[in-house]
Design a protein around this ligand. Structure first.
Ligand SMILES: *Cc1c(COP(=O)(O)O)cnc(C)c1O
Length: 454
């Protein structure tokens, strides 16, 4: 049947009007966030000191399956959604595989990634609460960009703590954020107590996401009228990202297509959690079965080599404890790691699903990821983000397996964004300067040693 178009678009009327909250269908709920001081579950009141009230409600809601998307957010979504569901005919042909490959492409907005789906929601609720602004961290810069766009649109102040190595390597990202009115500070900075402490202990450090989170939280909780927002990991972010999966499911259903395998890259887990949500929902309710595959970097292997334990989400150890697959908040990725997805932990929801055997995970090495990225760019045209390319690599591997076995599997993967700001990494790959690094057990030990005893 060849009447399936290269691009499957939805009409505006078919766009989701509600987010889907996967936790409502989970028998084993993700473990609650704990207050690090008392080791008791964080209450809504405690969380409201850091996060916006409505977002706290969403964070703690594990029973409501569908949550209405406010009209203003739906209207903003319409400026860049639906994102296309692409049939990778050209890639299938090049691989000579009987597999049918689809990808949901989230890179068609200025932030260049899926992050805008949650940024606009979080900024909207901050505005509703009458706040002046929000603070956040950004690593590679996609989240900071998305949040700057959302804040500019709604007239909120936006303070971004950007991991110092990225700040220096990606000046253009920084300028995009400033174009949208955000202030961007390299982290660790001298602005915060936690930044000064980290700089004293590790002079010359290039920073880390965990450290930038600590700084952003400290600032949000010390200036009146500000709250902290986070671009991944949290349940609320997975909830907002469910638009990816809901749209993909509607588009596939329209053509009577049933996916066999759903593949996504996993950093903190938000795009993957959003993409797989309606599919895992069917799986949990016993309506259909899918293979779900998370793909992570071999140099930051939270799922495949991490421990399922309570841990801090930040280096400064001021954030609540989350039970997740983690390498320890003290884990620092190798300096040659170029492909993003470098957070030490993982969404608690995805961690629980993985623990319960409802999804699988695999780790891939970065030179193979960039080789897959380049192959994909040449065949499909889109220049993929290094993060997204982890999913491309795993998809190509699956498709080649289908070629060997003759199985006509239908694969859906998440192409989370574009890689225009990652040209130093591409350059290293092209010049043969990129190396792989798989940490030894000894290399991982210091990170595990920072796990709190809970
Ligand atoms: C942030 C980002 C990711 C990883 O984050 P998740 O929360 O795991 O989805 C993946 N791809 C792109 C393009 C990103 O910007």
């Amino acid at each position: 049947m060849n009447n399936i178009p290269y691009k499957i678009y939805l009409d505006e009327a078919e766009l989701p009007k509600q987010w889907y909250n996967l936790r409502a269908d989970m028998k084993n709920k993700p473990a609650p966030l704990l207050n690090p001081a008392t080791l008791q579950p964080m209450t809504a009141q405690e969380l409201s000191g850091v996060f916006c009230e409505e977002l706290v409600k969403q964070e703690l809601d594990e029973t409501t399956p569908y949550i209405d998307i406010p009209q203003e957010i739906q209207d903003y979504y319409k400026t860049f959604r639906p994102s296309p569901l692409m049939r990778a005919y050209n890639l299938e042909k090049a691989l000579d595989t009987p597999a049918k490959i689809y990808y949901k492409f989230e890179g068609n907005n200025t932030s260049g990634s899926h992050k805008l789906n949650s940024a606009i929601a979080q900024a909207y609720y901050a505005k509703q609460q009458g706040l002046k602004g929000v603070t956040t961290e950004t690593g590679a810069g996609q989240w900071g960009t998305a949040l700057s766009m959302a804040c500019a649109y709604l007239g909120l102040d936006c303070k971004v703590y950007m991991v110092k190595v990225s700040y220096e390597q990606k000046p253009f990202r920084r300028e995009v954020m400033r174009t949208y009115g955000a202030s961007v500070v390299p982290s660790p900075s001298m602005d915060t107590a936690v930044g000064r402490k980290i700089l004293q202990e590790h002079p010359g450090t290039g920073g880390s996401l965990g450290c930038a989170i600590s700084e952003a939280v400290e600032v949000a909780t010390s200036i009146p009228g500000y709250r902290y927002v986070l671009g991944s990991v949290l349940n609320q972010v997975l909830l907002h990202q469910s638009v990816i999966g809901l749209e993909a499911k509607t588009a596939l259903d329209k053509y009577g297509i049933k996916a066999d395998i759903v593949i996504g890259c996993a950093g903190g887990g938000s795009n993957l959690g959003g993409l797989i949500a309606p599919f895992v929902g069917e799986k949990l309710r016993g309506e259909a079965d899918y293979r779900i595959l998370a793909v992570e970097p071999a140099s930051c292997p939270s799922f495949t080599r991490g421990k399922f334990a309570y841990d801090f989400c930040d280096t400064g150890m001021i954030c609540p404890l989350a039970k997740m697959y983690t390498l320890g908040s003290g884990f620092i990725p190798a300096p040659n790691h170029a492909g993003g997805l470098r957070f030490h932990g993982m969404s608690t929801t995805l961690s629980q699903l993985y623990h319960d055997g409802l999804m699988e995970a695999t780790a891939v090495e970065q030179t193979a990821v960039f080789a897959a990225a380049e192959q994909f760019a040449r065949i499909e045209g889109i220049l993929p983000a290094p993060e997204s390319s982890h999913a491309i690599k795993a998809t190509i591997d699956e498709a080649l397996r289908c070629k060997e076995t003759g199985e006509e599997k239908t694969i859906l993967f998440g192409l989370t964004g574009t890689g225009y700001f990652d040209m130093y990494a591409y350059e290293a790959f092209h010049d043969g300067q990129m190396t792989d690094y798989i940490p030894t057990d000894e290399d991982l030990a210091p990170g595990f040693a920072t796990l709190p005893k809970v």
